[in-house]
Design a protein around this ligand. Structure first.
Ligand SMILES: C[S@@+](CC[C@H](N)C(=O)[O-])C[C@H]1O[C@@H](n2cnc3c(N)ncnc32)[C@H](O)[C@@H]1O
Length: 312
């Protein structure tokens, strides 16, 4: 049966799982900045615990997640270890798998129940940012319309970059999509300004319009567009942790600056090497992060304890 015909069944299965009160075990790692916590375990268990035991309903201002993309691939992290001779060597460790034996339905069931829990955790003024690519984004968009309401859709941010994605059989795939929804119509967002160059880079001199000039030419400042060009984390970048699907801090910083203020609580329940936590620390936000991969948690801990070079 086609996925579309089965969509109702997917939602029903998600709701059934969401209503189950019992949750499994996980490990909490505290001792970071006040009000921040890292969790090693499945995020469904962790979120149920936050809702049932920590009274966290409606307490998170912004959630960003970068879950598996339905890529049908496995991902590694490069880790530094000592060999028998005491020399430091680099080895690859399996970080996580993005393989779904039962296909898209299984993936959507995994996502759906977690998105329902995230909705409960979000504040009335909160926003959720879900980072995906062409593999799953259009199916997850339908799922999110169902869970968050079509009317609460805010943006599909296109993050474009230079590396990867090249082939002779298709145009180079150089973007990811980030779906943004508000918990309600009262959502908070601060849209930054960006330069918009005038035609022929010449001044327009329109009455009441402030214009500026730089080495390229004349421009005005306009509300930022939904296509963002930000470089991936480079091989030699200082922020590189060795975690395969690490996202750039500049991207996460733009997201956090738009969706929350200093002192707010933000979360990433699929945190990998904890890029969100690292940026939240730098920009004065409290954070909650989780991952069910031991390699991800080691990478996150090393990064948050300012030892990320030991992971490379
Ligand atoms: C794309 S990576 C995140 C990378 C991260 N944004 C970064 O900058 O390093 C997705 C992460 O989701 C984690 N993950 C997958 N399923 C999970 C689950 N059920 N609970 C918690 N984490 C999960 C994986 O272990 C992986 O680290």
């Amino acid at each position: 049966m086609s996925l579309l015909k089965n969509f109702g069944k997917v939602i029903t299965a998600c709701k059934k799982e969401y209503r189950k009160k019992r949750y499994g075990e996980f490990e909490l790692l505290e001792g970071y900045s006040e009000g921040s916590v890292l969790c090693f375990g499945d995020n469904e268990d962790f979120m149920k615990y936050l809702l049932q035991k920590q009274d966290m309903k409606g307490k998170i201002q912004q959630i960003y997640i970068d879950p598996p993309f339905f890529s049908k691939a496995t991902y590694d992290a490069t880790v530094k270890v000592q060999n028998d001779e005491g020399d430091e060597i680099k080895i690859k460790k399996r970080a996580y798998e993005d393989i779904w034996e039962e296909g898209m339905e299984e993936y959507l069931k995994m996502m759906g129940v977690r998105l329902m829990l995230m909705k409960d955790l979000l504040a009335e003024t909160g926003t959720i940012w879900v980072h995906l690519d062409w593999h799953g984004v259009y199916y997850v968009k339908v799922l999110m319309d169902e869970i968050f309401g079509e009317k609460n859709f805010i943006n599909e941010i296109v993050w474009t970059y230079k590396s990867g994605g090249s082939s002779k059989s298709h145009f180079a795939r150089k973007h990811d999509s980030i779906l943004v929804y508000g918990k309600s119509k009262k959502y908070y967002i601060d849209i930054p300004k960006e330069k918009s160059y005038n035609r022929d880079y010449k001044p327009y001199r329109f009455k009441g319009v402030e214009e500026f000039q730089d080495e390229i030419g004349w421009y005005t400042m306009v509300n930022m567009k939904d296509v963002w060009s930000i470089d991936m984390v480079g091989r030699t970048s200082k922020e590189r942790t060795g975690y395969a699907t690490q996202k750039p801090e500049a991207l996460i910083e733009r997201i956090l600056e738009a969706g929350s203020k200093e002192g707010d609580l933000v979360a990433d329940f699929f945190c990998g090497s904890a890029t969100l936590a690292a940026v939240a620390e730098k920009t004065g936000r409290r954070w909650i992060c989780s991952d069910n991969s031991g390699v991800a948690i080691d990478s996150a801990k090393a990064r948050l304890e300012n030892k990320q070079m030991s992971m490379l």
